[in-house]
Write a protein that binds this ligand. Structure first.
Ligand code: PEP
Ligand code: MG
Length: 328
């Protein structure tokens, strides 16, 4: 099986009906970048910059951040890398960052983390912005913000980058060719204001790991709850389909970067409701490419629409049979 996936490395993931699907990979360390060539992924759709912060005993200084981002971009060659600004705080606590009122963070996933923290510790976001801008000199920069809950948070984070860019301009430094700003959609409230948010963005990436824990109010880290709610439930799929529908005809790239996209039946369901860009764990790139090549989008989308009408249907059971009948 592994050899078959290796053969798919240079094969572009077109569906049976001829649509090119973007299959990118998730990464967080310099060493992860070797998977890009190995899997033939279209780029890095989620680079979790907090990994460098989490493995470090002290706050990574600007030079260290810039070096990492440069190395990552160099390893990526011509392929795009979407850098997500730090998602620390809450359950991803770092010892050197004293969290105010940490004793009140009884639900750390919903606490003072990610962009909420970065917007208040402005020095941290400024340093990261400068590092990303400097490392991307002469090439495009893709940056995305985690845990955006309201559109103004996106604006405030973007402003930090714009100010750093102005500073570098004044210094006559070589700048990125272009900067594309995106947001993660992982807080359900944001899905209700997409009309307001989307015109501000180049791209939107759905983080289903956090989004589904918030939709079901079920801690993603609790093993007792791990099997309890299904990613293929009507509530999740109907919610995700509405997000797809909200982006139709809009000038925004919509993708998914949660673990859900790397699973066989889940990927089928996501194709069926309209997703065309996936960023998944490197090990899933081969299997998902293989699956995509067997899919007819019209067929899966009609099936999904039927199943989603009736909440008494188990979409998992239906999809399993659907995939089996088609040799997937
Ligand atoms: C997510 O929440 O789906 C996501 C991709 O981000 P993380 O897993 O890093 O929280
Ligand atoms: Mg997340």
């Amino acid at each position: 099986k592994q050899a078959a996936y290796a053969e798919l490395r240079d094969v572009e993931p077109f569906t049976r009906c001829g649509t090119r699907i973007q299959v990118m990979m998730n990464a967080g360390l310099r060493d992860d970048m070797s998977s890009l060539a190995m899997t033939g992924a279209d780029g890095v759709g989620l680079f979790r910059t907090e990994f460098q912060f989490l493995v470090s005993a002290t706050m990574p200084q600007r030079e260290r951040q810039t070096r990492l981002y440069r190395d990552v971009l160099e390893a990526a060659g011509d392929k795009p890398v979407i850098f997500r600004t730090v998602d620390i705080g809450g359950d991803k606590a770092v010892p050197y960052l004293r969290e105010e009122n940490a004793e009140f963070d009884e639900n750390p996933a919903m606490g003072w983390r990610a962009l909420r923290l970065a917007l208040e510790r402005e020095g941290l976001l400024k340093a990261q912005a400068r590092s990303l801008l400097e490392a991307s000199a002469g090439r495009p920069l893709y940056v995305m913000f985690p845990m955006v809950s309201e559109p103004w948070e996106f604006d405030a984070a973007k402003l930090v980058f714009v100010e750093q860019l102005e500073f570098l301009k004044k210094q006559k430094k070589l700048l990125p060719d272009a900067i594309y700003y995106g947001a993660m959609l992982e807080v359900p409230a944001l899905a209700e204001v997409l009309d307001d948010l989307i015109p501000r963005l180049s791209f939107l990436s759905v983080g289903t790991n956090d989004l589904t824990q918030f939709l079901f109010a079920a801690d993603r880290a609790n093993p007792k709850l791990a099997e309890r709610y299904d990613w293929l439930s009507h509530s999740i799929l109907r919610f995700l389909r509405r997000i797809c529908q909200a982006t139709v005809g809009q000038d925004v790239d919509l993708g998914i970067c949660g673990e859900m996209g790397g699973r066989r039946l889940e990927a089928l369901a996501l194709l069926g409701i309209g997703f065309r860009r996936f960023s998944i764990t490197p090990a899933a790139v081969g299997p998902i490419k293989e699956l995509i090549r067997k899919v007819d989008l019209k067929e899966i989308s009609e099936a999904m629409n039927d199943w989603l009408l009736d909440p008494s249907i188990s979409i998992r059971t239906e999809l399993e049979a659907w995939a089996r009948e088609r040799g997937m």
